[in-house]
Design a protein around this ligand. Structure first.
Ligand code: F6R
Length: 625
């Protein structure tokens, strides 16, 4: 979603802003812009569409400036056009702001400001902020006081970057329940809503916490709380290696990330499970050098804490929600604790029934998903134990959960989640094994067996990826479909949901996932010879029943596709197309069955010429509700 960057120093600001914005492209956006102070005057350059449009504009204008802010916008209020792109100015044209988040009371503020003579040039909620600061500045003549006055009027969660030609050597940054950090270099500073954008320049990061304002100047950074008191916080050092955003020879990031999954599994498993004979170890000391602010992460729930847990409550959105569903099966099976999984946005306006005997688990690749953060915050306020599973130890989620499991995926650039899904599932297996070991809920021999099987998964994933050419050929037979149905049971029901989500978000083909047993309760009505039905079929407790459900689809002349194991002869009789995986225990099968479905979606989307890495309308990090 939206991204904020800024630069203040002695170099040319425009190339730094552009390069920083490039690092945020993966989050999804539909317009971009910068505001710079050139020869003491504010200049705003912005363009709808890809960053290359802004780049052309900057190449033409060649602005000479050493101070500036920039933004990538993902439209919420107002269509994605030049006018609605950030930065937005005030009526005097001397002040510009960039904004992430939503100003919830913008309509009443806009009305009030218009009644007082302000002129608006966009449809955004953002623009009220520049006019509010303008009014407050007229009264006080002090920018910090003006910003503090303006934020007192704002409702919602947001981050802001502000420049003014009246203070040409300063950038102001505001964080209110959002995410914003200042990178500190040698006599220069960088602003970013995601530290990924500044790691190419510095690994010294000063994070703004909730309701704080930073005044950035050539002398350094001063932090203030919204009430005006000074805040003293030292910067932290993050990984010194900048994230490398490189396709490394792959046609798309998505393809690269699908292929990284065995490595990711090895990294995530290797971090927490050193040997089948040893207990799963989530202690902070076992970290690999990441730091979340100045605290390290890990799971700090004692055996006594775990004994108290009567219910586990998982909250997440999208693909992370599907990982949570896999987690439910795994946790219930190994720990004997009832688990509920909720779509985080569905927790709004509801009485969250959690207490001190509940463990609430938030799953979020980005650690910035607004709905997931709201749900875990509420659970915490009601006394629930909380735990986060994320790929970003520097995220907001990491700050608010005392227990954190970090997936070792590196940055996921493609908007569609693939490697992080598999890593999140792996973390649920590890968490369940950890709880089972602590509480003795299953025999030690079974734990040993599962650990050994888990450690063997990466090699099996490699076997699937090695046959991707076959998957490609088979997938393209169905590239012209308009509707695709995915079915699965038990552990593979979430994989049917995930398969459908991947196909629709990448190829824009309508797809739905169902519990296989539900097919006859309604969805079967859509089946005919034009509809491919993709069945996830793995030998085990629900194999025969899944096969029967597939037969129901076959009787309606649907195009029959399966994900099935090598050597499954029954499948050969029923399905026209089989995407093969190596034999695997049903309990661990989601870690394999999802891969052919990711590949199928990828190949179809690429064949159809879709924007594979940045599908239309989607954002990588969904920071609005
Ligand atoms: C789908 C996808 C989304 C995310 C969802 C949650 O491929 O990526 O459905 O899974 O927006 O995002 P995080 O995990 O960052 O909370």
């Amino acid at each position: 979603m939206c991204g904020i960057v800024g630069y203040l120093g002695s170099s040319q600001a425009a190339p730094v802003l552009l390069s920083s914005l490039r690092c945020l492209e993966y989050r999804g956006y539909d317009s971009a812009g910068v505001a710079i102070i050139e020869n003491g005057e504010l200049a705003v350059l912005k363009a709808a569409g890809k960053l290359s449009n802004l780049e052309s504009l900057l190449n033409t204008k060649q602005p000479q400036a050493t101070v500036g802010i920039g933004h990538t916008r993902w439209a919420t209020h107002g269509v994605p056009n030049d006018q609605n792109a950030h930065p937005h100015t005030d009526c005097t044209g001397t002040l510009a702001i960039v904004h992430n988040g939503i100003i919830e009371n913008y309509q009443s503020l806009r009305q009030e400001l218009s009644d007082n003579g302000h002129t608006f040039e966009s449809d955004t909620d953002t623009e009220v902020v520049s006019h509010l600061i303008e009014d407050e500045f007229r009264g006080s003549g002090d920018m910090l006081t003006a910003i503090r006055g303006a934020v007192r009027r704002l409702e919602g969660a947001y981050a802001l970057g502000v420049v003014s030609q009246i203070f040409p050597e300063k950038i102001y940054a505001v964080n209110h329940h959002y995410s914003l950090a200042v990178g500190l270099g040698e006599n220069e500073s960088y602003l970013a809503s995601d530290s990924v954008a500044v790691r190419q320049y510095t690994n010294k990061i000063l994070r703004l916490e909730q309701s704080e304002i930073a005044e950035i100047s050539t002398e350094g950074v001063k932090l203030y709380a919204f009430d005006g008191t000074t805040v003293n916080r030292s910067p932290v050092e993050v990984d010194s290696n900048p994230y490398v955003i490189d396709k490394e020879g792959h046609k798309h990031f998505l393809h690269k990330e699908i292929h990284e999954q065995p490595l990711i599994m090895r990294q995530t498993l290797g971090k927490y499970l050193h040997h089948p004979e040893k207990p799963v170890d989530f202690s902070a000391a076992n970290g690999s050098g990441h730091h979340c602010g100045d605290s390290s992460y890990g799971v700090h729930l004692s055996k006594e804490d775990l004994k108290k847990v009567r219910r586990i409550f998982i909250v997440a959105c999208g693909t992370a929600y599907h990982a949570g569903l896999v987690g439910k099966y795994v946790l219930e099976e190994l720990c004997g604790i009832p688990v509920e999984v909720e779509i985080a946005s569905e927790m709004r306006g509801r009485n969250l029934l959690v207490n001190g005997e509940t463990l609430t688990v938030a799953v979020s690749q980005s650690g910035e998903t607004a709905d997931t953060l709201a749900a875990i915050t509420e659970a915490k306020s009601k006394g629930s134990m909380t735990l986060g599973i994320t790929n970003r130890p520097d995220s907001h989620l990491a700050q608010i959960t005392p227990n954190l499991i970090v997936t070792e995926c590196g940055i996921e650039v493609s908007v569609a989640a693939t490697k992080t899904f598999v890593a999140q599932c792996a973390c649920f297996y590890l968490l369940a094994l950890h709880i089972a070991e602590e509480l003795g809920t299953i025999p030690a021999a079974r734990i040993l067996e599962i650990k050994a099987q888990l450690l063997a998964i990466p090699a099996l994933q490699e076997q699937i990826l090695a046959r991707e050419d076959v998957v490609r050929l088979k997938s393209l037979r169905h590239a012209e479909a308009h509707d695709v149905v995915f079915i699965g049971r038990g552990m593979n029901y979430p994989i049917a949901l995930e398969g459908a989500l991947k196909l629709k978000e990448l190829s824009y083909i309508h797809a739905s996932g169902y519990a296989a047993g539900e097919l006859k309760h309604g969805p079967i009505a859509v089946l005919d010879r034009n509809v491919p039905v993709i069945t996830v079929l793995v030998p085990g407790a629900v194999y025969e029943k899944t096969l029967s459900n597939a037969q129901e689809a076959r009787a309606r002349n649907a195009q029959m596709i399966a994900v099935a194991i090598d050597g499954d002869e029954q499948a050969t009789k029923i399905f026209d197309t089989i995407l093969r995986i190596p034999p695997v225990d049903e309990f661990l099968s989601p870690l394999l069955t999802v891969i052919p479905l990711q590949l199928l979606s990828y190949f179809i989307a690429d064949y159809l010429g879709k924007d594979v890495d940045q599908p239309r309308n989607l954002a990588k990090s969904v920071t609005v509700e």
